[in-house]
Design a protein around this ligand. Structure first.
Ligand SMILES: [Zn+2]
Length: 154
């Protein structure tokens, strides 16, 4: 590997492969009870594969005929994020929850505010030079990218 270019895995497909079972397994390992409500919240996060507010999640579940209270949604999200099972992003307009808990990068659309997960691997030589400059051993990193969709030429 020359490490000359960064590798990008759009949508974080690698993490989706294991499915929601990975999250259920993680809860079991942590000794967290997998209540019906907790499964519903995890199922929704994994099937949406995006970053949603507690209100979005509540509304989507109820729209699918899954009856769950707003407080239950909120409490489950907080328990799952503090246990590190799901991702939580603190944004100016509130918290957003995502299904991934492994380090990954984000691309935020400056027009819509939509956030996409990206797996970006920086070239080895760049990481080494950062370590040399800072005196730290880099163990993980996440990148925050911001942009606007490129207009398709007619
Ligand atoms: Zn994310």
């Amino acid at each position: 590997m020359s490490g000359a270019s960064a590798s990008i895995d759009p949508q974080g497909k690698r993490a989706i492969e294991g499915g929601v079972q990975i999250a259920f397994e993680r809860c079991r390992e942590l000794g967290m009870r997998l209540s019906r409500q907790r499964r519903m919240v995890l199922d929704l996060l994994w099937s949406e594969a995006s970053h949603l507010s507690a209100r979005d999640i509540f509304e989507k579940l109820n729209a699918r005929g899954r009856h769950i209270g707003h407080t239950s949604v909120y409490q489950n999200l907080e328990a799952l994020q503090s246990a590190g099972v799901i991702e939580c992003l603190d944004r100016a307009n509130g918290r957003l929850y995502g299904y991934r808990s492994d380090p990954h990068s984000h691309l935020t659309c400056l027009d819509s505010g939509q956030i996409e997960d990206l797996d970006i691997e920086l070239p080895e030589d760049l990481l080494r030079s950062i370590e040399e400059r800072t005196g730290y051993r880099i163990e993980s990193y996440t990148l925050q990218l911001n942009g606007r969709p490129v207009a398709e030429p007619d």
